[in-house]
Write a protein of this length. Sequence first.
Length: 347
Amino acid sequence: MPLTTDAPAPRIALVGATGAVGTTLIRLIEERGFPYREVRLVASARSAGRELTVDGRPYRVEDLETFDFSTVDLAFFSAGSSVSRTWVPGAVAQGALVVDNTNAFRMDPATPLVVPQVNAHELDRRPDSGIVANPNCSTIPLVRLLRPVADRWGIRQVVVSTYQAASGRGHSGIAELQEASRVTLADPAAQAPAEEFTPTLAFNVIPFIDELLESGFTLEEQKMLQESRKILGLPHLDVTTTCVRVPVVNGHSEAAWVECNDVVDRDELVRLLAAEPEVTVHDATTPGAFPTPRTAGEPDHVHVGRVRVAPHNPRGFWMWVVADNLRIGAALNAIQIAEALTERGVL
């Protein structure tokens, strides 16, 4: 990506470089030509010493415990909330601007929570906290579609059921689903692995993601409410969610009911959604068409189908949404944040 300022390209670090999101970040840096003058790969001690390639050049993964963040301008953190809580403040104190892909700082008032297609204005200056938070993997595609709807008709309520893939738990989640499926196919009565997902995810759906809160909702469900409000700048937006894990390797899906303040015209709604950047509406010309995690196509697009305005309540509509959670829901959004910061000369 060409720079629009005369500033040199940033020196970057990828913390959690060996994980599912970290390796996806590396691929996206290569695919998008993200400008950097130096790249450092960082991970916990157990992964340090491994060798990965970036743009065809080998790099040794460095140990987070001893890494000096004063040597980089920008640090991507994708190693879990506990790692971010422990290490991000020190990285900021050493001068790095952090793009954090965890829940650690999303609701911090001094930290912008950014989806560039929705609220890129938050990136016009360096945040007071030194951190830009990357939202939840299911929040990102949802708010990208809600923004134009809120601008056109206003929104009264959003009800969402998610269908979230095993890759949401990283490489270990994918591996467990594959092994549990193998075990179950060989012997349906056998005890399948159930450490990452309890009960086992093989040939199953689990309506429970993250920790249970006193409200009866899970933290994953609360994230979607709080984050949507913050990103859209709608502090009273009514969003209620049931988050479900499904036996899909990669690609989250959502069924969303959106009730607006005014009557919605389906043709106009489809045109509005299809006009959004990097959004594909599958039933724009064929009503009823839909994407799936295996068939959606372009992995850097939010895919929409089954767009239905309710005949009994024309202020409300349903849509089916599919997005690659490792790209759209994590690494791609982080890279687009970094691209926007670079274009604005903030880095």
